[in-house]
Every structure is written in structure tokens, then in C-alpha cells.
Design a protein around this ligand. Structure first.
Ligand code: PMP
Length: 435
């Protein structure tokens, strides 16, 4: 019997006792290739000796200092590093312990910015129906997954959901990329006008949609159009790169590939690679300067923010990603993974789409490729694929479709950045067998 409360029933979970490179090892000695990176977390794989050395060194010096009294060397160094590599305009860093905390803080920063700049009526948030932004109340209100939100209504924030730029299921037949990107962006402008621009605080979006829709990259120009619309109406743009960021898509930030800078950006998972819980908000100088007349005083805080151990992990992981040129490997291995998936699964009648960026890829499964009809959600295809993959020593991240068909079944892959062509081949083989 377990006394732990998990989302997945404990009886079905193996016990993880070790890790080595891209593999996890359970108490029976079975090995699993971590092709999901947990949930797009483990960018350097497990037990990386250089991260462990940095953590041991930090532990020997100082484990904890409360940010009400002190800053710390690793936190300061990590902030310098993050700002040096940030999209243009993002000049300040707020360190927290994970993705939901980062989203929550970004929402509150947007709100405080509006209040301090004399626009308190701006409190409405626009987000996307196929999105996940976390489980705390503000983040949950922002995410579009109706199933997750249902039990907790009414939520704290007035959020309005529109569709993302989802080029597989939501594209009109025969619609060009340019026409579809324009239509998807127009939906944002229409919604801003419907609510009243003077009441809208922020538009929140994952640059590449992760867990809910399966590695859906935006079409060219979609985010540029979104940026222009936000600027036109004084709406803040918050990009959530908790999952798709920190190298996962082959550039440090996914939005670099779209030529767009947000006003606020959330990062987490790949920031610390799972070695410590850590997340961050990168914010523009304009927002920082508005807080308490330029003092940067943001009315928020957590006991463990800027934790020295977490910052040391983030610093070490980010050093290694750069030192070992891993972004180039992400791009190269991502292409091999895409080709491998297409070769192995592309002809299947039940495979609708294979897509993604870098080492953030997904296979979308459909009952019938001709009609793009999703599988009946009661089949629980995602749970069965996860089970079959685990039985073959493979961790993947499948997600189930919705009854209204707005989301299909997909399997998300987010392996560590250190994979080799041989590893990618094994991942494709095992996934193909499992499906
Ligand atoms: N935003 C996105 C895009 C995510 O994918 C996640 C986690 N899957 C979160 C926020 C929440 O992060 P956490 O689970 O660390 O709270």
C-alpha cells in the first residue's frame, strides 16, 4: 500500500531507482529509454556527472538562503545568463520553482502592470482552447482544457479561449498556410474587439503547443501577426515556453524561430533539466519599470524562489547545453526523428500527422485518415499506448482526444538533447511496435 496521492494509481507504476544517460531503471532492473524526457524535462538525461558535481559543490557551500534577506551567487549568475540569451527586450528574471508558479507570476505581473499604469479595468485574459498552462488556479483558468477545468468552476480569472494555429485538424480544406495563419490571428483581434480592448490584459500562448495538442508549431507569420495585434490594442503578449523552450525546439527559445519577442515569457522544465525544481519569468524592462515607480517591487513571492540549489542546477544545465553544442544536436536529431517516424508510421491509415520542431515531436492518431476523424475517446488509446511502450522499455507522453473532436489522440516525444542516431532509431522502433 502507498500513502502517496498521485494522479496515476500507484499500483500501476514501477518504482524508479536509478538513471543513466537517456535511460531510467526500475526496482526490477528494467531499463526504459526516456523518450518523453519525463514531460519534456530531462534535457541532459539522467545523472549527468557535471550537473551532479555542480550540485554537490553548491550543497557544500550553501543550500538555502531566503530571498527576503539575501541574494545568492548562483541565482545572480543564472539571471545574467538568462538575460544575455533572452529574446530582445526581456531584461529581468523572476525565479520560481516550476512552470505553474511561473505562469501564475506572469499573470500577476501583467495585472500589476495594468494597475500601476492606470488601466485597472484591463483584467480579461485571452488564451487558446488547445493549451496547457499549469494546475494552480490562475494557470488552470488560463489553460483551455475543459476537462481539467470542469470541477473547479467558477475560476478566478475571466479567460476567453480561441483556437490556436493548428495546421492539421483546424485548417479549412485547401486553405494555404498564409491564409490560415491570417485567419487564426484574426480570431484574436475579433475577440479583443468583442471584449473591448480597454478591458483586455493579456494574450497567453504556448509558442509550440505541447501536452494538450502534441507539438503543434505555429505557421510562419502567425506569431508576428499576434504580436502586431497585441501592440495595436495595448494587450500584453505572454509566451509560455515552459515545455517548448530552453532548447527543446533547437533554438534556446522557441519564439526565436518566429522572430517574435513577448512582453513576458515563462520557462521551466529544460531550465533545470529535472535536477532541481526551477522555473522563471523573463520580463520586459517596461514592465519592471512600471512596478512601484521603477523600483521593480512586484507584489508576489514564494519561500523557495531563487533557491541556491535550484539556481546552481539551472546554471550547470545551461552551461552544458552551450558547452557541448547541444542545440545543434537537437536540430539534427530532430530531423532524423521526424524522418524515422514518417518512414515507420507515415503510411499507416491511423496516423494523421507527424510534426514538431527540434526534439519536440508528435504523432497524431486518427480513426480514419481520409476524414481526419479522431478515435472514440472511450477507447483510451493514450493509456494503452503508454502501457505498450513501457512494456517495451520506452517512455513516451501520449494524450487522449476529446469527445467534441477538438483534440485528437497524439503521442508526444521529447527525448534528451544528448540522443544519438542509434538512440533515435531505437525510439522509433519501439514506438512503432507499441502503436
Ligand atoms: N505551461 C506549460 C506549457 C506546461 O507544459 C506545463 C507543464 N506540463 C506547465 C505550464 C506547468 O508546469 P508545472 O507542471 O511545472 O507546474
Amino acid at each position: 500500500m502507498t500513502r502517496l496521492l498521485y494522479r496515476t494509481a500507484r499500483a500501476t507504476l514501477p518504482v524508479a531507482v536509478g538513471g543513466q544517460g537517456i535511460e531510467l531503471i526500475d526496482s526490477e532492473g528494467r531499463r526504459y529509454i526516456d523518450a518523453s524526457g519525463g514531460a519534456a524535462v530531462s534535457c541532459l538525461g539522467h545523472q549527468h556527472p557535471d550537473v551532479l558535481a555542480a550540485l554537490h559543490a553548491q550543497l557544500d557551500r550553501l543550500a538555502y538562503a531566503h530571498t527576503g534577506f539575501f541574494t545568492s551567487e548562483p541565482a545572480e549568475q543564472l539571471a545574467e545568463r538568462l538575460v544575455a540569451d533572452a529574446p530582445p527586450g526581456l531584461e529581468r528574471v523572476y525565479l520560481v520553482s516550476g512552470g505553474s508558479e511561473a505562469v501564475e507570476a506572469a499573470l500577476k505581473m501583467a495585472r500589476q502592470y495594468m494597475v500601476e499604469t492606470g488601466q485597472p479595468q484591463r483584467r480579461h485574459v485571452i488564451a487558446r482552447r488547445q493549451s496547457y498552462h499549469g494546475n494552480t488556479l490562475g494557470a488552470l483558468a488560463t489553460g483551455g482544457n475543459a476537462g481539467r477545468r470542469a470541477a473547479f468552476q467558477p475560476l478566478l480569472i475571466d479567460t476567453h479561449h480561441i483556437d490556436p494555429c493548428y495546421a492539421y485538424r483546424l485548417r479549412e480544406p485547401g486553405e494555404s498556410d498564409a491564409a490560415y495563419a491570417a485567419r487564426a490571428a484574426q480570431a484574436l483581434e475579433d475577440r479583443i474587439l468583442e471584449i473591448g480592448p480597454e478591458r483586455v490584459m493579456a494574450f497567453v500562448a504556448e509558442t509550440v503547443v505541447g501536452a494538450t495538442a502534441g507539438a503543434v508549431p505555429p505557421l510562419a507569420d502567425y506569431l508576428k501577426r499576434v504580436r502586431a495585434i497585441c501592440d495595436r490594442y495595448g494587450v500584453l503578449l505572454i509566451l509560455d515556453e515552459v515545455m517548448c523552450g530552453m532548447g527543446r525546439c533547437g533554438t534556446l527559445h522557441a519564439c526565436e524561430q518566429d522572430g517574435v519577442s513577448p512582453d513576458l515569457m515563462t520557462i521551466a522544465k529544460g531550465l533545470g533539466g529535472g535536477y532541481q525544481p526551477i522555473g522563471a519569468v523573463l520580463l520586459s524592462g517596461r514592465i519592471f519599470d512600471a512596478f512601484a515607480d521603477g523600483s521593480g517591487a512586484f507584489m508576489h513571492g514564494h519561500t523557495y524562489m531563487g533557491h541556491p540549489m535550484a539556481a546552481a542546477a539551472g546554471l550547470a544545465v545551461q552551461d552544458i547545453v552551450r558547452r557541448d553544442g547541444l542545440l545543434a544536436n537537437v536540430t539534427a536529431m530532430g530531423e532524423i526523428l521526424q524522418r524515422g517516424l514518417v518512414e515507420r508510421l507515415g503510411d499507416s491509415r491511423q496516423v494523421g500527422d507527424i510534426r514538431g520542431r527540434g526534439l519536440f515531436r508528435a504523432v497524431e492518431l486518427v480513426a480514419d485518415r481520409a476524414t481526419r476523424a479522431p478515435f472514440d475517446p472511450s477507447l483510451k488509446l493514450h493509456a494503452r499506448i503508454k502501457h505498450e511502450a513501457m512494456a517495451r522499455g520506452l517512455m513516451v507522453y501520449p494524450s487522449g482526444g476529446t469527445a467534441d473532436g477538438t483534440r485528437g489522440d497524439h503521442v508526444l516525444l521529447a527525448p534528451p538533447f544528448i540522443v544519438t542516431p542509434g538512440d533515435v532509431g531505437r525510439i522509433v522502433d519501439r514506438l512503432g511496435d507499441a502503436i
